[in-house]
Design a protein around this ligand. Sequence first.
Ligand code: ATP
Ligand code: MG
Length: 434
Amino acid sequence: MEAENFVSTREALTRSDGELVRLRGWVYRKRELANNIFIVLRDSEGIIQCVVNRESAPKELVEEAERATIESSIEAEGSVATDARAPGGKEVRLSSLRVVGLSENFPIKGGESLDYLLDIRHLWLRSRKLTQIMRVRATVLDALRRYFIDNGWWEVSPPILTQSAVEGGSTLFPVDFFGRKAYLSQSAQFYLEVMIFSLERVWSLTPSFRAERSRTRRHLYEYWHLEAEAAWMDMHDMMRVVEDMVKATIKEVLDKRLEELEFLKRKLDPLEETLRSKFKEVTYDEAIERLQKKGFNIKWGDDIGADEERALTEDLNVPFFLTMFPKHLKSFYMKAYDQDPRLVLGFDLEAPEGYGEIVGGSQREDRYDVLYNRIVEEKLNPADYQWYLDLRRYGSVPHSGFGLGVDRLVMWITGIEHIRDAIPFPRLRERIYP
Ligand code: ATP
Ligand code: MG
């Protein structure tokens, strides 16, 4: 019987004893015993154990199996057999094997330092842990896009080379634009605000660049930013969008990537509880009180930073919205709260289990005069914001929007320690490599 075309390791594990399968992948592990050579083959779907029996196998097969080093790419064919000791409960008894690309001595063997592994990220990405995270990440991206497409939002393509700072000058990356200064985008927000006047509900998924001064577990210099903006929505309308979108994403991951989460030893209760719960709203004022009760030396008007966010979220399983911030802590474009002019209509989504902010959003100031005065008050030059102000001169509309850090969402969903492992090629301060 001829084996059909190549099947994945996952598919092979579903086949009955005696079925012939053809596999291709990489040598993940190898053990040579007196009678048998065991090769664990790895592909994008998982691993499967392959065996070559030295006594019954033809000489060429035994030689090829001996030659196949760790991380060599191989094609193999054999019959499926139940074996309780094999990962997945089955193995493939090989009748043929071909080394496609022989691997030199693979530099990762286990126990290497983080610095070393980061230097060879291009090889480290083959690890099973990073593979599971990248699979979850792809599903997160898929679910986010699907959420907007299915709900009738328009995807738009904002520029990355820009002239204006959305989130303040200190984290801008300058670039030389034919002798003039330009910047890498920190946010697409202003461009999305332009687009709502024709498309009403828009979103984009782009890299954003932030020259963060401090190194933390949750900041990247280049991250993936999902942003949305909609006409006719107030702050609470937009908070419901964020809640639905996050839940839709978690549901998709629990439906499709459960094995990956289990591999990563991710506790599932918080994700499941998040699906069942309504996200609560905690105002800035309430958060300050909670922090004071927890012993923080913090007063009204102080920023709620990473440590404070951790304290507010570490005992929780479900995200909550932090809202109604003092205006001096937030950007000039957030809409003033008329009942209390010290406050603005901003909201952050705080992920539980100590993860902290994953979304920042607000209702935008839609009144020309109020916005103009805020720009002046922040010592910015209104001329630099002329086109942004124009949006308030020609048919202004109440509107709101938000930005989600995709990498932070992946970090929380996978339950990992550091954001650099949520993205394949994190940019590092020391080097841009690979
Ligand atoms: P933080 O206070 O944590 O630096 P921020 O207030 O600067 O965040 P926003 O400007 O509101 O963040 O950006 C929107 C979202 O983008 C954030 O909620 C976060 O999820 C994500 N984000 C911001 N900066 C980074 C970064 N350097 N690396 C990864 N994600 C980021
Ligand atoms: Mg920041």
